[in-house]
Design a protein around this ligand. Structure first.
Ligand code: SAM
Ligand code: SF4
Ligand code: SF4
Length: 371
């Protein structure tokens, strides 16, 4: 009989343990990295699991029944997440986004939301607390999420056409259920709601105008996202990216659009409004127009590794600090040092280098680090 080998440590992504500086400088809320960028936004992945198998994120061939997801014991607990979030907020974070994997699959998520909703910025303001979801169980959960203190949601939806949508999620999930989820979120007051559509040329680009038509005059902001070369599993090719400029052309052929100025520094989407008052759309051009120069986001993985960039090949092991009994002052000082040393700007370097190239270096997967 073969032996079962239980690995002692998950070594899938190497992660140095952050250094605790000798001088424990208290958080000032005014951190800047080496390129002068503040820390404003923390994305927290609460699970690496998902009930969809979107080909651009968790292709079925890789994420099959043999794929080993993280064991429960390696996930950060709600208390650990909240403790870190509180320290980040003292350093200037104003926005928390829960993501995954599919965040709504994490058991008792509303308990975590309730804990995060109690945090306040140094000047006493509540945080912008939001969540990105595939919407599959939103119809059932929207009210409980709102009751727990969630402010708003972003729902990913790549097509309105049921056959195309089922092919893209690759688990035959019907579009009608996601649309019901969006309506439930609206009824629960989880707005303003955003809908994210990843555009893959030749797969769902024929849905651009139909999606825009559907969400015009709804108060929901539809955002088109360029298909990114994130991770190492999706077989990304430049010829499957439809540049945002072409998305815009297709929209403008139907409706006149007027550019809007960014609503917040570091905003990822270029915003436009329909001249006839039909509302707003966004274009997220991560591939063709890098926005690293004001990127103010940090990402916390499901098992507590801190990534300074979506394209980083390794994170910093905050869980090790939490579980080795370090004090708040020590962890906070380590966070300050990490952000101060940040110089990541992958997309800018890639555009300057060779726009069609995707580096061979191993990178973290989107479902693990969160979008
Ligand atoms: N499961 C949730 C969802 O789909 O909304 C949250 C996690 S998902 C990783 C977060 C976002 O990343 C989604 O909007 C998804 O469409 C986007 N995403 C995943 N892979 C991508 C890729 N290769 N290029 C662009 N966006 C991607
Ligand atoms: Fe799941 Fe979201 Fe990735 Fe699709 S994009 S596979 S829904 S984590
Ligand atoms: Fe931020 Fe990295 Fe994306 Fe640039 S490539 S915008 S630094 S996450």
């Amino acid at each position: 009989m073969g032996e079962t080998v239980i690995p002692l440590a998950d070594l899938r992504y190497a992660a140095p343990v952050p250094v605790i500086p000798a001088l424990l400088t208290p958080a000032s809320g005014l951190l800047a990295d080496r390129l002068g960028r503040p820390l404003h936004d923390l994305r927290i992945s609460v699970t690496d699991r998902c009930n969809f198998r979107c080909s651009y994120c968790m292709p079925k061939e890789v994420f099959d029944r043999d794929y080993v997801f993280l064991p429960q014991s390696s996930l950060l607990s709600f208390e650990e997440i909240t403790r870190l979030a509180r320290l980040f907020v003292a350093h200037g974070v104003h926005k928390l986004r829960l993501t995954g994997g599919e965040p709504l699959l994490r058991k008792h998520l509303e308990v975590l939301i309730g804990m995060l909703a109690e945090l306040r910025t140094p000047d006493g303001q509540p945080l912008d607390l939001t969540l990105t979801t595939n919407g599959s169980v939103l119809a059932r959960k929207a009210q409980a999420l709102a009751d727990a203190g969630l402010k708003r949601v972003t729902v990913s939806l790549d097509a309105l056409d049921d056959a195309i949508f089922r092919r893209m999620n690759d688990v035959d999930f019907p579009v009608a259920d996601v649309l019901r989820g969006i309506e439930a979120a609206r009824a629960a007051g989880l707005g303003p709601i955003k809908v994210n559509m990843v555009v893959k040329r030749g797969t769902n680009d024929q849905e651009i105008v139909a999606m825009a038509r559907h969400f015009r005059h709804s108060g929901i902001v539809l955002r088109f996202i360029e298909y990114m070369d994130v991770g190492a599993s999706n077989g990304w090719r430049m010829d499957e990216v439809l540049p945002s400029a072409q998305v815009l052309q297709r929209l403008q052929a139907e409706w006149p659009l007027v550019p809007l100025s960014p609503s917040a520094p570091g905003e990822t989407a270029e915003r436009w409004r329909y001249a006839d008052g039909g509302g707003e759309v966004g274009l997220i051009s991560s591939v063709t127009q890098a926005f690293c120069s004001d990127c103010n986001r940090a990402r916390l993985s499901t098992e507590g590794k801190l990534f300074m960039c979506l394209f980083a090949s390794s994170g910093h092991d905050l869980r090790a600090l939490l579980r080795s009994g370090r004090s708040d002052a020590e962890i906070s000082a380590a966070l300050g040092l990490l952000w101060a040393g940040r110089d990541d700007r992958y997309s800018e370097l890639r555009s300057a280098d060779a726009p069609s190239a995707s580096s061979g270096e191993r990178r973290v997967e989107m479902h693990y680090i969160g979008g």
